[in-house]
Design a protein around this ligand. Structure first.
Ligand code: MG
Length: 171
């Protein structure tokens, strides 16, 4: 019988929101999901990348996106948020963890995310170094209520789990 494997499993959550304005293009999960509107931000405004970055950092208790990439640092202006996610994955892996899965919910009235779902899953999976089957992306409207309902902005929630193999003799 093969030796029993033992893992530490941790979960983390992330949240992000950005104002929507006209012009430009909207990026979510590194994928262009709309033209003629954009997310207002110091960086490229990619709310999926931001929420997921916080989720994996949270799972590892390894800080947060604001500490890793301060918006007071000119180097982060117009930053590529998928690069930030990749850097956070590297930090988590340095601490002995791999990403297991991620589940993302975007709450917005527009644009519809379903046509872009699989492209976003593939993009996130590459950054997280997991199979696309381990990444879920869901879109929800806010039923017309409040600031999201009026289309003033969108919000994103993310959950991620990470694991470290602590079996005797591992690494
Ligand atoms: Mg953000």
């Amino acid at each position: 019988m093969p030796p029993e494997r033992r893992y530490v499993i941790r979960a983390g959550t992330g949240y992000d929101s950005h104002r929507i304005d006209s012009g430009g293009r909207m990026l979510l999960g590194g994928v262009e999901v709309a033209k003629g509107m954009h997310l207002v931000a110091h960086s490229d405004g990619d709310a999926i990348a931001h929420a997921l970055t916080d989720a994996i950092l949270g799972a590892a208790a390894a800080g947060d996106i604001g500490e890793m990439f301060p918006d007071t640092d000119p180097a982060n202006r117009d930053g590529n948020s998928m690069d930030m996610l990749v850097a956070a994955v590297a930090r988590v892996r340095q601490r002995g963890f791999v990403i297991v899965n991620a589940d993302v919910t975007v709450i917005t009235e527009r644009p519809k995310l379903s046509p872009h779902r699989d492209a976003i899953r593939a993009s996130l999976a590459a950054a997280l170094q997991v199979d696309p089957e381990a990444v879920s992306v869901k879109g929800k409207s806010n039923e017309g209520m409040g600031w999201i309902g009026r289309g003033e902005g969108l919000a994103c929630m993310a959950v991620a789990t990470i694991a470290s193999d602590i079996s005797t003799g591992a690494d």
